[in-house]
Each structure stands twice: as C-alpha cells, then as structure tokens.
Design a protein around this ligand. Structure first.
Ligand code: LLP
Length: 415
C-alpha cells in the first residue's frame, strides 16, 4: 500500500514537470533565450502547503517579488492564493491582476511614508517596519486603520548572509528588543495592531528556525490585544541541486499546530497564521532556455558561451547560487566538464567545470529553478534585451511577455 502511495506521488510530480522534449518544442516556437513557466507546478506547490496546513487556520500570500508577470499573478489568484507585495507597484500589479485589497499584503521596508499612505488609500493590509513610519502612521490614522508590525527577531537564518533578514545586523523590521518603544507608540496613538510579522531569510531548510521565530512572537503576542494574525514570512527552501531537500512542509505544519495548541492566545482572540512563500511557489515552475553560441577550448577549461548572461539570471554571480543545467539537445552525450558562461562583457559564470552531456555549438541548455528571482532580477546591462516569457497551462503555451526591442532601450531616453 505504502509503495503504491509513493509511486503515485512521484508519478504526479513527474506529470507536473516539463520534459526536455516539451522545452525543445517551446523554444523552437518562441526562440531563445526564453523563460518558460509551468502553471501546474505552481498549483502543485500551493497544494502541498494547503494540504499540510489543513488543520491550522492559515492564509498564504505569494511573495510576488519572486516573479510578477501579471499572468502568473492571475494564475496565483485563480488557485485561491493571496499576494504579498514589497513595493507599491507590486500592490498596483496585484490589483490589476484582480486581487481584492483584503487579500493583498504590503510589507514595506525603508520606504517613504507617502508609499504607506498610498497603500492605505488602496485598502490593503500593511506591515510597517520602522518606528519612524509607525509613528507617522499613528499620527495620521490612529486606531482607524488596522496595521501590522514587522519585527526583527534577531535570528540568523537563510541560505547565505545576503538573503538573511532576521539577524541582529539586518536592516529589516523593528528589532524585537525595541518592543518598549513600539508599545509606547501603540499606546500613544491607540494603534490597531492586527498582525505581527517576521521574515528571517530565504532558503531556510530547517523547520526549527520557524519554530524559534514563533517562540519569539509568543513572548510578544500578549501585549497586543487586537491581534488577529501572526505572519511568519516566507523563506521555504526548494531543491536547487540534485539531492537537495525542500523544507519539510508537513513537519512544519505539525510544529506550528503544536506550538499554537500549547500557547493559546492569552487575549482569547483566535490567531490566523500567515505565510509569504515566494521561491516555494514559483522557483521550480520556471525554466530558462539558452542556446550555445561558442565553445572555446582553453588550457584551464572548456568554455561554453551562451546567448544569455547574468543580465537574465543573476543568481549564480550574485549569490554564488547553484542552478542545475542540462543539455536538452544532447541528453545522452558523452559526459565532459564544461564551464558555462554568459555573453556579458564582464565575468559572467553560471557553472565552472560542471560535468555535462557533450555540448556542441547550437545546442540548447536549460537552467532549472529559474522561476523565482530569475526574470524578476533581470536587467538590460550591455544594452542586451530582456527575453520573452511564456506560460504553459492546461496543455497550452502562451506568450506572456514579448522579448524587448531596441525601442524599449531608448523609450525613456530624452533625445
Ligand atoms: N516575505 C518577505 C518579507 C521577504 O522579504 C521575502 C523575500 C519573502 C517573503 C519571500 O521569500 P522566499 O519564500 O522567496 O524565500 N533574490 C534572492 C531571495 C531574496 C528574498 C527577499 N525576500 C534569491 O534569489 O535567492
């Protein structure tokens, strides 16, 4: 019975991933470089969350900074997920995609108060991350508009320091040790605090980190009588490398439930648990396909130069991030080591001495896990054009963003 269950599970996963043949066909149709997103994989990831947390009152907000194409936002909405925004334009995109303001969360950081005023006028949920903006909010709105507070729990977490946000040197949130100052403002302006938020980082595999965050919040919750939710942010890890683990979501759900069962809110009010997953929902759903322009044999290594670069996928150069790369044109080729590089006029390395099936000029390589912070962090460096994006959904492949043109590069230049 168990074996049957496992088989079914893997079969399902296989079905949601795009095959090399599908990716080859799509790139023939749309050209390369090309971002491809598989809507069904997003849905499958969302289902993992809702299934695991079925016994806890939970609300998931997709951290759309990972990928904001409006068609992806619409898909996210269609599966019942809410949306988390980190900038006012993300809020506006979410509204354009059809999200109700009540299902939009705006977690600001280091922004001018006018942006918070704009978010307030749009009626969305707001998390404030500085004493300064909290004071301005109190002065202007008092108790009239419920608001959340982003706290910095002073916990070190995340795949590397660049994506760690909850530690005691991080710019994010109001340090939990400044709680007295927060409470002073809350009392002074009779603030209506509806939510307490923490987000400790990205690529967090260890469930214990989330539990630690909850424990920090349990000490703080009793001070806020009108609280209706706590927000544990995002940061679930996805496997980038073969053999990598994903955050154990069922275990996390069990630990969260246990923690809340053991710590009923002393104020008697039920607390909903919010999460803001970005990578978890869209990372594996995205593929970047590129073509091999040149192969350069040197004494140090064999370079494979692609028609893409860190202008399209910056994660390897920016975070030393690992992305699996396959040669989908010659999957059974003799394995050799190659250094995969971009066409940007500065060092632009995707992988060094990586064993790959034999690569020839003209072959197509696919980068996996390119859905989160891939296109979204792309640029026009070297005056190169941003690639097109397509979405595969219900067997149909649709262009969801046209490739840039030269006109796009000069559109806002005053000539
Ligand atoms: N909530 C807040 C307040 C955040 O700052 C972030 C990510 C998330 C949620 C979503 O985190 P996720 O589930 O995606 O890990 N560009 C980096 C990741 C930076 C994450 C920034 N904040 C990367 O490519 O690894």
């Amino acid at each position: 019975m168990d074996a049957f269950f496992i088989d079914t599970k893997f079969y399902h996963l296989k079905m949601t991933k795009l095959s090399s043949e599908q990716l080859l066909n799509i790139s023939q149709q749309f050209g390369t470089p090309l971002y491809v997103y598989n809507a069904e994989q997003i849905t499958a990831q969302y289902k993992k969350l809702t299934t695991a947390f079925a016994e806890t009152d939970t609300k998931f907000f997709y951290a759309c900074k990972a990928l904001t194409n409006i068609n992806i936002l619409k898909h996210i909405k269609s599966i019942g997920c809410n949306v988390d925004c980190s900038a006012i334009n993300e809020v506006k995109l979410a509204l354009m995609a059809g999200f109700e303001p009540a299902n939009i969360l705006y977690t600001s950081n280091g922004i001018h108060f006018s942006e918070i005023e704009e978010a307030q006028s749009l009626g969305v949920n707001i998390n404030i991350d500085s004493l300064s903006n909290l004071e301005k909010f109190g002065e202007k709105y008092g108790h009239s508009y419920p608001v959340g507070i982003r706290l910095r729990p002073n916990i070190m977490a995340g795949g590397n320091l660049k994506i760690s946000t909850g530690h005691d040197k991080s710019k994010f949130g109001i340090p939990a040790d400044q709680l007295d100052q927060v409470l002073e403002l809350v009392n002074k302006y009779q603030l209506f605090i509806q939510n307490l938020h923490i987000h400790t980082g990205s690529d967090i595999k260890d469930v214990a980190i989330f539990v630690k965050g909850i424990e920090v919040l349990f000490d703080i919750i009793p001070h806020f009588k009108e609280l209706s939710s706590i927000d544990l942010g995002g940061g679930f890890k996805v496997p980038y490398k073969k053999g990598d683990a994903e955050t154990d979501i069922p275990l996390l759900a069990q630990k969260v439930k246990e923690a809340f069962d053991n710590h009923p809110n002393p104020n008697g009010k039920h607390l909903q648990v919010w999460f803001e997953p970005g990578k978890f929902l869209v990372s594996e759903a995205g593929y970047l396909i590129a073509e091999v322009n040149v192969i350069k044999e040197t004494t140090a290594t064999t370079f494979v130069g692609l028609n893409t670069g860190f202008n399209h996928l910056i994660r390897p150069m920016f975070y030393d991030a690992y992305h699996q790369i396959d040669n989908i044109s010659n999957p059974n080729g003799y394995v050799k080591e190659y250094s995969i590089v971009g066409n940007i006029c500065e060092t632009d390395t995707f992988a060094w001495d990586r064993p790959m099936a034999e690569i020839r000029e003209g072959d197509l390589l696919v980068f996996y896990n390119a859905g989160a912070y891939g296109f979204e962090m792309s640029s026009n460096f070297n005056s190169r054009l941003k690639p097109a994006e397509v979405m595969v959904k219900e067997g149909k492949t649709t262009l969801i963003r046209k490739k840039d043109t030269l006109e796009d590069l000069i559109r806002n230049q005053v000539i």
